[in-house]
Each structure stands twice: as C-alpha cells, then as structure tokens.
Design a protein around this ligand. Structure first.
Ligand SMILES: C[S@@+](CC[C@H](N)C(=O)[O-])C[C@H]1O[C@@H](n2cnc3c(N)ncnc32)[C@H](O)[C@@H]1O
Length: 190
C-alpha cells in the first residue's frame, strides 16, 4: 500500500509542474501571530515544501516528512536548508516532546494522531487543515476514509487550547472549491 502510494504521488509530482509554484497555505499566513519565535518544526506529508519554507523564513529549523521522494527532491532543490525524510508516516517514529510546531496540511491519517500529540513539546502549536465529508457533495468518488467527520478535529484535540477552529468551503482561483476543517491548537503545558 505504501509503495503504491509512493508511486502514485511521485507520478503526480512529476507531471504537475504547478506543484512547484505553490504558495504557503493561507491558514499559515493568517495565524502567523501565534507562531513561537523559532525552534523545531515538523511538516507532515510536506509535499514540495511551500509551508515548511514559510517556517524556515521565520527562523525555524524544519523537518519535512513525505512518502514521495520526487516531492522531497523538488523541495530540497528549492529550499536547501530544509531537512527532509522520505518515509511512510504510518510507520514512523520520532522522540517525544521534540517540536515547537507541527504542520499537517491535506493529509489525513488518524492512526498517527497519538504520535503527533507526543511529538509536540508542551505549549507546542499544532496546525491542521484537511478536507471534510462535505466534499462528497461535489466529488462523490473521494474515499471517505480521507475525509474528516463534522467536528472531528476539534473533538480529537479537545484537551488542547483551541486557538482557531472552523469548517467551511474554501475557494481559490483555478482550484475546485474545497470543504475543509482547520484547527490551530496549543498542547497543554503538563
Ligand atoms: C495533498 S498533498 C499535501 C502536501 C502539502 N502538505 C501541502 O499542503 O501542499 C498530500 C501529501 O501526502 C503525502 N503522503 C501520502 N501518503 C503518505 C504517507 N503514508 N506518508 C507520508 N506522506 C504521505 C503525498 O506524497 C503528498 O505529498
């Protein structure tokens, strides 16, 4: 399965040159004020690195993990200071209490959420945005395992201090509208 995913994503990144032109996700720009002043950041399923690069610019040391070597090569070419790891996040281990910020944009793997909360330092910032079940209304073919239930993110991280939570439709020119849930939350101190 992981191998098939890697092949599929590698092919996509090889074919879609627009991936290389991406801007950081707008959520990241919106919540810039809550970012700590530097530290270690982890970008889960990083893709071509546009979000990680935003944190690099802010003075963070950033590790990006992705199953697609092609994406990581494109990211590294563009942002040489990025640290990259090619791995399947479903079977991936990191030390506890390591990261000041964790990004998780448009990759839903519920089995890693327990690890994600452990990888964050106390007071660390978790930033997640991905698609919700509402997407079925415009793209019925999407596999619902990769779509969030209503309120699911907020419920999952209800022990965190929730700084921002919302669900709704996002429009961007050139891209089909997307139903997403966005969460920005701080891990408790203890
Ligand atoms: C929709 S893209 C999102 C990329 C980036 N986070 C962004 O916001 O643009 C999903 C990413 O998940 C990666 N991915 C898919 N399955 C994965 C897995 N099991 N482990 C690690 N990365 C995976 C893909 O290679 C792809 O780069």
């Amino acid at each position: 399965m992981a191998r098939a995913d890697a092949i599929r994503w590698n092919n996509r990144y090889r074919e879609e040159s627009t991936f290389a032109l991406r801007e950081p996700r707008s959520l990241l720009l919106e919540i810039e004020r809550w970012l700590p002043r530097g530290g270690f950041a982890l970008d889960l399923a990083m893709g071509v690195g546009q979000n990680a690069a935003f944190l690099l610019q802010k003075g963070f040391k950033v590790i990006g993990v992705d199953i697609s070597l092609v994406a990581l090569q494109q990211a590294k070419r563009r942002y040489p200071n990025l640290m990259t790891v090619c791995a399947d996040l479903e079977s991936f281990h990191l030390p506890q209490n390591t990261f000041d910020v964790i990004l998780n944009f448009y990759f839903l793997q519920r089995s890693i959420w327990d690890s994600v909360r452990k990888w964050l330092k106390p007071n660390g910032l978790l930033i997640i945005e991905t698609m919700t079940l509402e997407m079925k209304t415009v793209k019925p073919e999407i596999d619902e395992r990769y779509l969030l239930e209503p309120g699911e993110l907020k419920q999952t991280f209800c022990d965190f201090e929730i700084l921002l939570y919302r669900e709704g439709w996002q429009e961007r020119s050139g891209i089909h509208p997307r139903a997403v849930a966005s969460l920005v939350a701080r891990k408790p101190d203890t």
